[in-house]
Design a protein around this ligand. Structure first.
Ligand code: SF4
Ligand code: SF4
Length: 444
């Protein structure tokens, strides 16, 4: 298509990572997706809606506008929650479109040398390398536990000097006392072996939720799974994809396909919804890779979210009872990207003593989403605010979810409002019931 006068041709979509026209022109601008979109709900603006963002993609594709800062701003504000995909009657694959668009944005974003250096350092040199990430987290742990964090917070110094940094610092998750490590270990099944599975360790989750990863492994073992945690596995690539760094995401995907294929398992079970969604879509990510295109499709079929896997197995309902009123927040990458909404609820309802109440807007994003809580802090908090209003109406003791980003965001919401409630993974509750069951049987 020809470029309109005044539009710089270098600011148009180009190269192999451009959004596909067959996806783009599926959108018929009907608007069914508008009320599903958290950024449209917050602003009421067409430009902050899925339809508006797709219209901007089409305009760039047709050479009517370029990828300017103004246009980028509207795409940046997208949380990539994919609620619009579920609402769309025309089957527009919005996830593919925004992923490709952000890859184009990455080539055109104006950054000074410090911003570019910081982005490259964190996304290319730290996140994909578990040892470096762990070293960084260990420093953070020292900061949190040495008393320096408390001193800084109580002094109010950061608030006065750098308010935006203070806001970020206040939402920093607590680093785990113990890390979950992928060392090539095998955990035996409890009782008769029903399946041999591998577990993804991930990047951030094993460092901030080490004990929760251990709980997920115990739940699998308790249900007859032999678990391997292959050495050499890497981050799934979701964080890199989110910001348009598809080259790094592809490198990570190839490595994981090799490592998990060599593990010789029936399934690769994922405790984080965001990672599961990324790995189930390796086929699309590597579709143009002559060596991995077919392998990635086959591999994707072996990837299972842990809630999905447990229900299909099927898991043993625990016999011990917990005493909680529990509600559940659908993680977007489980509900919208993987379309799994019933399994976590089925698990929660199976636990005796759990009084399950639905969260009024459970399907709406909590405002987390890749790096969104950092890069779009104000907007992320606006979306979280609606979520916490809804949570308070449930009067639940526990807010369950299925993704580390959501867990951190919701924990921040609970702390910020000083609520007497806990945020947990669904598998944490199942593990707690199983452990109580074990204790009860020992005391018989
Ligand atoms: S994305 Fe789907 S629902 Fe939204 S305007 Fe386009 S066709 Fe309609
Ligand atoms: S992914 Fe979420 S935030 Fe982005 S346009 Fe779709 S519904 Fe809106």
């Amino acid at each position: 298509m020809s470029t309109q006068p005044g539009v710089d041709p270098s600011l148009l979509f180009s190269g192999p990572n451009a959004p596909e026209e067959s996806d783009l022109y599926k959108c018929v601008h009907c608007g069914f997706c508008l009320q599903a979109c958290p950024t449209y709900i917050e602003t009421g603006l067409e430009t902050e809606s899925p339809r508006g963002r797709i219209a901007l993609m089409k305009a760039v594709n047709e050479g009517r506008i370029g990828i300017t800062d103004t246009v980028i701003r509207h795409w940046d504000l997208c949380i990539q929650c994919r609620a619009c995909e579920v609402a769309c009657p025309s089957g527009v694959p919005y996830g593919n479109l925004i992923e490709a668009t952000m890859a184009q944005v990455a080539d055109h974003r104006k950054q000074n040398i410090v911003q570019k250096g910081a982005a490259d350092l964190s996304l290319k040199r730290i996140v994909p390398h578990q040892r470096r990430l762990q070293a960084l987290m260990s420093l953070t742990k020292l900061y949190q536990r040495s008393g320096v964090q408390a001193l800084l917070r109580n002094s109010g110094l950061l608030d006065k000097l750098m308010p935006s940094m203070a806001a970020l610092e206040s939402s920093m998750p607590e680093v785990s006392s113990t890390y979950f490590k992928a060392k090539g270990q095998t955990v035996a099944a409890v009782g008769e072996k029903r399946a041999r599975v591998a577990v993804l360790s991930g990047c951030i989750m094993p460092l901030i939720n080490g004990p929760e990863m251990d709980a997920a492994v115990r739940v699998l073992a308790r249900n007859g799974c032999e678990i391997v945690v292959p050495k050499g596995q890497v981050c799934c690539g979701a964080i890199n994809s989110h910001v348009g760094d598809l080259d790094t995401a592809r490198k990570l995907a190839r490595r994981n396909i090799d490592v998990f294929t060599d593990a010789g398992v029936e399934y690769v079970v994922i405790a984080s919804a965001g990672c599961g969604s990324r790995m189930k879509e390796y086929g699309h990510l590597l579709k143009d890779d002559s060596e991995y295109a077919e392998r990635s499709h086959i591999f994707s079929y072996t990837v299972k979210d842990i809630n999905e896997f447990l229900v299909e197995l099927p898991f043993d309902p625990p016999t011990a009872a917990l005493d909680y009123r529990v509600t559940y927040q659908d993680s977007c990458h489980l509900g919208n990207a993987q379309r799994i909404t019933a399994a976590p609820r089925q698990i929660l309802r199976s636990i005796q003593g759990v009084e399950f109440v639905e969260l009024p807007n459970a399907g709406q994003c909590c405002g987390a989403g890749g790096t969104y809580t950092i890069t779009e802090r104000d907007f992320s908090l606006r979306v979280l605010n609606s979520k916490m209003d809804a949570f308070e109406t449930t009067e639940a003791d526990v807010l369950a979810t299925a993704n580390p980003g959501c867990l951190m965001q919701l924990q921040f919401g609970v702390q910020d409002r000083k609520l007497d409630a806990k945020v947990k993974y669904v598998t944490d509750l199942l593990d707690e019931a199983y452990r109580l069951e074990e204790l009860n049987s020992e005391n018989l």
